[in-house]
Design a protein around this ligand. Structure first.
Ligand SMILES: [Fe+2]
Ligand SMILES: [Fe+2]
Length: 471
């Protein structure tokens, strides 16, 4: 079990105290991070006390501590999950070889790109969400937002630690650049498209945490299989925190649907009382689900094949032995690709389909969440059911980009798309309406009219607990 140093300026279990050069480099980066937090984080709420969870260790139980904290004083620490001493690479070409504790020269560029791309998403989402505190539907939800924000900050620390420790001067430059690119900045945007989309309402936020953070889960999980041990252990621990972000999203959308269902049952028109019509929620889901599926990259990808072959990025739960061949050598993956006005099946080598395989695991997960929402709608006696859009719908990346598909996956022509896309994706009128519902509700235990209260509070506190204390 690693030793956790909680007294240090940067709490950690990576022995920072004994690595003076690294410590100095990170201590130099820290003020830039704090400045970034103040400029582009949830800056207007920095003086308030927020009831937050802080990671204090990596043990299975009791890894977190809850207390009131002012966000700039949050202890952003660096934690690697504990793992067996003699871990072996368990997929790809180097199977059976000991894992790397240092970056192998031949994989250096690829690994750096993987870490930078992952790292860039963490501060990006904080930037996207920075104004939401002003329109929080409750103190409970405001706390959730800030919990997600500080943990994304910690995930940035986790990636910056890897860059500083293992990539020398280039790594330090990359760490600086993480604070220089900004979400939606026309000159210096964040790397991935979904992380440049504005998040202006809580409906966007809950869709983002459900679908985009969930892409994060699958990316982190595939990196947690990595033969580069520090990356595997770092992302493994990030997954623990990420679970809460996805729960925030799933519960948030669930509570919005629940509230609408209640109103419909009472014979009320949601639009008359500042709540979310079902079809608007569905269009937001279609938008964020498709943007998030783009994050998986091309379904047929030599890049993905090489990351797998080199042992850098595995499949979801690769280590659990659920796949027949850990080398993925001879198998193929069948994919339907557009050819004129129809779809034709094509078999590609499995290794080249690693992004598609990961996307399939994601879609299965999303489908389970949608069924949970639908079970609640059924129990409430309303007819509406949420549908998860097909992976071909509204894609900007991969084999389906540049073609038009309906949400059920049917290939359609431009004409039909032009006629019908406003049924499927949020319109300006939807966005204006959703924005008009965004009224702050700061009274403990009270909720904006478009969202039902949660089933329970945080850390066994009651729902009307003062999750944020204003000063
Ligand atoms: Fe994260
Ligand atoms: Fe997250």
């Amino acid at each position: 079990m690693s030793i956790v140093d909680l007294e240090a300026k940067i709490p950690n279990n990576v022995g920072l105290r004994d690595n003076k050069r690294l410590l100095l480099a990170l201590e130099k980066w820290q003020p830039a991070f704090l400045q970034w937090w103040k400029d582009l984080g949830p800056s207007d709420f920095n003086m308030h006390d927020v009831y937050l969870r802080t990671a204090v260790g990596v043990g299975k139980g009791g890894w977190a501590h809850f207390d009131y904290v002012k966000m700039p004083d949050y202890r952003w620490g660096i934690f690697l999950a504990d793992g067996p001493e003699d871990r072996k690479i368990h997929f790809g070409d180097h199977i059976g070889a000991p894992v790397w504790s240092e970056v192998p020269g031949e994989h250096r560029n690829r690994l750096r790109r993987l870490i930078v791309t992952q790292g860039d998403t963490e501060p990006a989402s904080v930037e996207q969400q920075r104004k939401l505190g002003h329109i929080a539907p409750s103190l409970y939800d405001m706390r959730s937002l800030f919990q997600v924000n500080v943990e994304e900050g910690r995930h940035l620390w986790a990636m910056v630690y890897l860059l500083h420790t293992h990539f020398g001067a280039d790594g330090r430059d990359e760490a600086d650049a993480m604070l220089q690119r900004h979400s939606g900045d026309p000159d210096s945007p964040r790397i991935l498209e979904a992380f440049n989309e504005p998040i202006e309402t809580w409906l966007d936020f809950f869709c983002f945490t459900t679908f985009t953070d969930r892409d994060g889960k699958y990316q982190l999980a595939s990196l947690a299989e990595s033969g580069f041990d520090p990356l595997a252990r770092s992302t493994q621990f990030m997954l623990t925190e990420e679970a809460y972000h996805m729960q925030t999203g799933e519960n948030g959308i669930g509570r919005i649907l629940h509230r609408t269902a209640q109103l419909v049952r009472e014979g009320k028109d949601p639009r008359m009382v500042g709540a979310m019509p079902f079809e608007v929620v569905q269009r937001y889901i279609n938008f964020w689900a498709s943007r998030s599926m783009d994050l998986f990259g091309g379904e047929d990808s030599t890049n993905a094949s090489e990351s797998f072959a080199s042992g850098l990025k595995g499949r979801y739960r690769e280590g659990d032995g659920i796949y027949k061949d850990p080398r993925a050598m001879d198998a193929t993956y069948r994919i339907s690709v557009p050819d004129g006005d129809k779809l034709v099946d094509k078999d590609i080598p499995l290794r080249r389909a690693m992004n598609a395989v990961l996307l399939d695991a994601y879609v299965a997960d999303c489908t389970r969440i949608v069924s949970r929402w639908n079970r609640d709608l059924e129990a409430l006696g309303v007819e509406f059911r949420v549908r998860f859009p097909d992976k071909r719908f509204h894609r900007n990346q991969g084999v389906y980009a540049h073609y038009k598909f309906a949400p059920d996956g049917q290939l359609i022509g431009e004409g039909e798309w032009t006629r019908r896309h406003t049924d499927w994706l949020p319109t300006q009128a939807d966005r204006d309406y959703v924005k008009s519902c965004m009224k702050a509700c700061y009274e403990p235990g009270k909720f904006a009219n478009y969202i039902a209260p949660p089933a329970m509070g945080v850390n066994e506190r009651p729902i009307d607990f003062k999750y944020v204390q204003f000063h």
